[in-house]
Ligand binder design. Sequence first.
Ligand SMILES: NC(=O)C1=CN([C@@H]2O[C@H](COP(=O)(O)OP(=O)(O)OC[C@H]3O[C@@H](n4cnc5c(N)ncnc54)[C@H](OP(=O)(O)O)[C@@H]3O)[C@@H](O)[C@H]2O)C=CC1
Ligand SMILES: O=C([O-])CC(=O)C(=O)O
Length: 437
Amino acid sequence: MAVAELSTSCTKTYSSQLSLSSYSSRFSHHFRRSFRPLPTTRNPTISCSVASDQVQTPIPVQADDLKGKSECYGVFCLTYDLQAEEETKSWKKLINIAVSGAAGMISNHLLFKIASGEVFGPNQPVALKLLGSERSIQALEGVAMELEDSLFPLLREVSIGINPYEVFQDAEWALLIGAKPRGPGMERADLLDINGQIFAEQGKALNASASPNVKVIVVGNPCNTNALICMKNAPNIPAKNFHALTRLDENRAKCQLALKAGVFYDQVSNMTIWGNHSTTQVPDFLNARIKGLPVKEVIKDHKWLEEEFTEKVQKRGGVLIKKWGRSSAASTAVSIVDAIKSLITPTPEGDWFSSGVYTNGNPYGIVEDIVFSMPCRSKGDGDYELVKDVIFDDYLLKRIKKSEAELLAEKRCVAHLTGEGIGFCDLPEDTMLPGEM
Ligand SMILES: NC(=O)C1=CN([C@@H]2O[C@H](COP(=O)(O)OP(=O)(O)OC[C@H]3O[C@@H](n4cnc5c(N)ncnc54)[C@H](OP(=O)(O)O)[C@@H]3O)[C@@H](O)[C@H]2O)C=CC1
Ligand SMILES: O=C([O-])CC(=O)C(=O)O
């Protein structure tokens, strides 16, 4: 089946039959310019273990070694018996955390938080499994060196590799951050396809290699649809385990409400972001609370809520890029930590958190079979339930519908990557990431 570009600039069809190489060679010039097929053969992972009772000489790994060998890295080649030490023998079983885009900006903040114990707790040793690419492998070694030099007691294994099937082996958490940023002149449809290929491949790899109950948080944009693609390519993993990160949007919304109300942001609760991590997202001021009161009772300027507040949250990422010259990385890492903690800690009574999750069985009438940000509660077991007691008004429903329509259009656009036929892109003109303006 041939790929055909249709007449308008944001309308394309894609076939699920094409291999990556035939796809890239037959597609339009900017795909050819920027497309990099993922490795299809298994490349070695560098496994770095400090969890058994042997002691080995550290051998630094050179980038060139990666193709042929599997070696541990520096201090992580040393091995220890955790049971032999008084301090470590009460620790929990080591958990495996896979991170893609591990040499990127967000990961540069996140990895050190995880390794420090800030995320999973002071008795939880962690293994970091870092996924890079041929492009980033040197940088990934630099990251591993910084992890070494940080002397984190809880960091017991580090592995780096460029093959997701190997890096995701036995992963209990997969934090999928790596994705191509949208470049000048690139259509959203192109971005959906390029990044969708990455997430289809990583879904397959998770399906084949990860722990069957792995929790997956997709950060790389467009994260809702990437999460859907990943999920569809991983049929052995429960659909409920896939999240698209909208926690940064929730945090941004809480901050703006606190600022307007003149309170500290810990007074803002029940903050839902509905929908897509894009400029159609809906920060819900109808159900949110300030000091336990409905926001609309505290902030009387409802026009501000509907217009300024909503737009501020939707476009916060773009404003930040203009100031900083790059997209939010530190606050995104913090929000990933928040998202994980929300799943491994019981949600405070009466409160909830937002996450982009699979819509099947949702109680709000949102169309099924998409990944949509909704209010969730957790018992702290890694799972969540959707919150039932939320209210809607016409404004909220209308906005939710718009985000839903956008996600349905994105889904049609990636049908070739979800096993649902030929992708057809008829995206709304104003479809944007929060970082774009
Ligand atoms: N959901 C959310 O709230 C937010 C999401 N984001 C998204 O997170 C993602 C990562 O952001 P950030 O860490 O700042 O980005 P960086 O540019 O610093 O890192 C991105 C990583 O993606 C990888 N990548 C995968 N494919 C490609 C490709 N074709 N071209 C270039 N790089 C590629 C690269 O790693 P490698 O070479 O190892 O594959 C790179 O290190 C982006 O998609 C961004 O839009 C950002 C902020 C908030
Ligand atoms: O558009 C981007 O890459 C940044 C982003 O998602 C955000 O800041 O919310």
